[in-house]
Design a protein around this ligand. Structure first.
Ligand code: 0RA
Length: 656
């Protein structure tokens, strides 16, 4: 929906008084709340745990807007024991005066009318321009109970609601010398599938917000377990990039940092080179994560390529290097965060995760370019390190291209090009086809016997696959297991006109790629290695939800002819109970550790049969955290890895 069009069609209530204090009359009243309860998904995305957490962000966004307008320094979020949430801030407080046209308190209008919000002067950046921003009234509509408390103009006001309907008129309950807003809500069990809040989801976003809004104090209190976390950053993105790279080895001592503003656009950028081979760019517009990048990211990349290329040429550093250097080479091992604040952001793309404002490109490119130029001139030793890495990246990219081309040429020579180890399915329809990546030749053999050969292909992988986190790219294409995965899946890495690598999945041969390993420590290590490979080299397959992990059972409980598979301790206990209790000698529990302990029929029944199996879909819940965790688990830095493994019995933060 285009915000501008939307506003033109709607009645404007009250007279605007630009650059003066906004009072009750300047709140725009738009539509009713019934629509929200009828179609919650339209407003908050979903009614699962994601939507539940979205409620908190709606309220926090409003407090952040107060911060961006320069009126709020502290935001507190509390998870109460009954999973209700309080968000309080020390902003101006929602206006409480009479809204003349609607003949009720402005506070009631803000809380009960969809899209009613403050009109802010043009120089402030409302978060509400983006993906969020349906307003607190939505949260109210979807809460079985909500209380709002406002302190302003020397008084304290309160109003309560049930499912968005006021229980009484706004009342003044006493004097106050403070200002701010507190919203306490209980999400409605009739709307949401789950009502349980997860403190680490809330903590992660609040941490991110603290980095994105330097100086702002955010606090999370979980009254269910007494845990309190405070987030506050004076360094902003400079600290953010250090945090993101804390599991990696830095190439240069301090991150490069840009913080300026030009023509109404605020630009903040932090970048740090590390010794890995990956590029990581995280970008934001008005605190909203732009997953698909956009004009700000384009401007950033332009600046990096332009300035570094110029510097390398001027210093004669590329003389010995004969082939061309691509934009990607300048960004290998670079972690960067690009955050802009734009008065009227336009979001594009499938998920509205891409900034469209074209004026932003040149602003970012110029601001970042100026700082980079100065950095290189003032830090010749660091500059040299970076340039050496760039040349190494270009060399590696050319070697990788040769290795890739070699593999592809071989495929052409050998006809179909499919790996000899692949037991393909007969269906040629990718949407109906599945491939199982199976640990070990023997389990591969069992899977081959047990499968539905019409739609299920089997590719056995030998033992430990290459740890791609530590290997140079060209080594990847020399690895038999990895080559087999590329050719079996039908995907290839190609280069676009800028020399940047892209994954071509147009000829993907299966829409389900299932990793099937033993249910033990080694098995889960192999799963992590394979997932790391997908994360680094075939990320689009994860993003488009093609990757799954099979879950073989852990136990078989038997009594005479009765047999039942169990996937966890609880199932095992209740099954033993049902079969006559653990005192009963004839009840036998068999612990499955490996796929090889099952015969073909058992493997089919428990793990492969589409009607009965449990597949866990791999999603990158939070690419940022996934990257940190992968580098930590698979990379060289030992201390954080040990700490992580000690804290998390299970494997990486890639959620299934
Ligand atoms: C409308 C107008 C003004 C502030 C707010 C809403 C406001 C909303 C929320 C929601 C949570 N915390 C909030 N703080 C403020 C401007 C008020 C003025 O000009 O005095």
């Amino acid at each position: 929906m285009n915000k501008d069009n939307e506003l033109q069609d709607l009645p404007e209530v009250g007279e605007g008084k630009p650059n003066s204090d906004y009072g009750a009359d300047n709140i725009q009243a738009l539509e009713g709340l019934e629509a929200v309860r009828k179609r919650p998904g339209m407003y908050i995305g979903s009614t699962d745990t994601k939507g539940l957490h979205h409620l908190v962000w709606e309220v926090v966004d409003n407090s952040i807007d107060e911060h961006l307008a320069g009126h709020c320094t502290h935001i507190d979020v509390v998870i109460h024991p009954n999973n209700s949430i309080s968000v309080s801030d020390n902003g101006r407080g929602i206006p409480t005066g009479m809204h003349h046209k609607l003949q009720k308190s402005a506070l009631e209008v803000v809380m009960t009318v969809l899209h009613a919000g403050g009109k802010f002067d043009k120089n402030t950046y409302k978060v509400s321009g983006g993906l969020h921003g349906v307003g607190v009234s939505c949260v109210n509509a979807l809460s079985s109970h909500l209380t709002v408390e406002v302190e302003r103009d020397g008084k304290k006001f309160i109003q309560e609601y049930s499912k968005g309907k006021p229980l009484y008129d706004v009342k003044m309950v006493g004097d106050s010398d403070r200002h701010g807003t507190k919203v306490t809500f209980q999400p409605d069990g009739e709307i949401f599938e789950t009502l349980i809040y997860e403190d680490d989801i809330l903590a992660r976003r609040l941490r991110e917000l603290s980095f994105l809004n330097k100086g702002l104090h955010l606090k999370l209190t979980d009254e269910r377990n007494g845990k309190i976390e405070e987030f506050h950053s004076e360094g902003g993105l400079l600290e953010f990039v250090k945090y993101l790279d804390s599991t990696k080895q830095s190439l240069i001592e301090n991150p490069i940092y840009v913080s300026t503003r030009k023509d109404d656009i605020e630009v903040e950028v932090a970048m740090q080179y590390n010794t890995t081979y990956q590029e990581n760019i995280y970008s934001y517009v008005n605190n909203i994560n732009t997953r698909e990048g956009g004009t700000h990211v384009k401007g950033f990349r332009m600046a990096v390529s332009r300035v570094f290329k110029q510097y390398g040429d001027d210093e004669g550093m590329f003389k010995k290097f004969k082939e061309e250097i691509s934009g990607e080479d300048f960004r290998e091992g670079l972690t960067s965060i690009v955050s802009v604040k734009v008065p009227e952001p336009q979001f594009k793309g499938q998920t509205k995760g891409e900034l469209g404002n074209s004026e932003v490109t040149s602003v970012v490119s110029q601001c970042v370019g100026d700082v980079l130029k100065a950095f290189l001139e003032e830090n010749p030793r660091e500059a040299k390190k970076i340039m050496e890495k760039v040349i190494l990246a270009a060399t590696a990219r050319h070697a990788a291209r040769k290795a890739r081309e070699m593999v592809q040429r071989k495929n052409v020579l050998t006809g179909s090009g499919l790996p000899g180890k692949l037991a393909d399915c007969s269906s040629k329809d990718p949407a109906a086809s599945e491939i199982f990546l199976v640990e070990g030749d023997s389990a591969g053999g069992t899977a081959k016997q047990g499968r539905d050969r019409h739609i299920q292909a089997i590719l056995p992988l030998r033992g430990k696959i290459l740890n791609v986190e530590k290997a140079m790219e060209h080594k990847i294409y020399e690895n038999e297991e990895i080559k087999n995965m590329f050719t079996a899946l039908g995907v290839s890495i190609e280069e676009n006109e800028n020399g940047d690598r892209i994954l071509n999945i147009a000829k993907l041969r299966y829409h389900k790629v299932v990793i099937m390993t033993d249910a033990d420590v080694d098995g889960s290590h192999i799963t992590t290695l394979i997932l790391t490979f997908f994360f680094r080299y075939m990320k689009p397959l994860i993003e488009q939800s093609y990757i799954y992990v099979a879950t073989p059972p852990l136990y078989l409980v038997k009594k005479g002819k009765q047999e039942r598979y169990c996937w966890d301790e609880e199932q095992r206990r209740s099954t033993v109970e049902e079969f006559g209790g653990s005192n009963e000698n004839s009840v036998k529990v068999q612990r499955y550790k490996g796929l090889g302990e099952m015969n073909a029929e058992q493997l089919w029944e428990t793990t492969m049969d589409p009607e009965r199996r449990i597949l866990r879909q791999v999603a990158i819940e939070d690419a940022m955290e996934a990257d940190r965790v992968f580098s930590m688990l698979m990379g060289d830095e030992v201390p954080p890895r040990r700490q992580f493994i000690e804290e998390n019995a299970k494997y990486a933060n890639v959620d299934a």
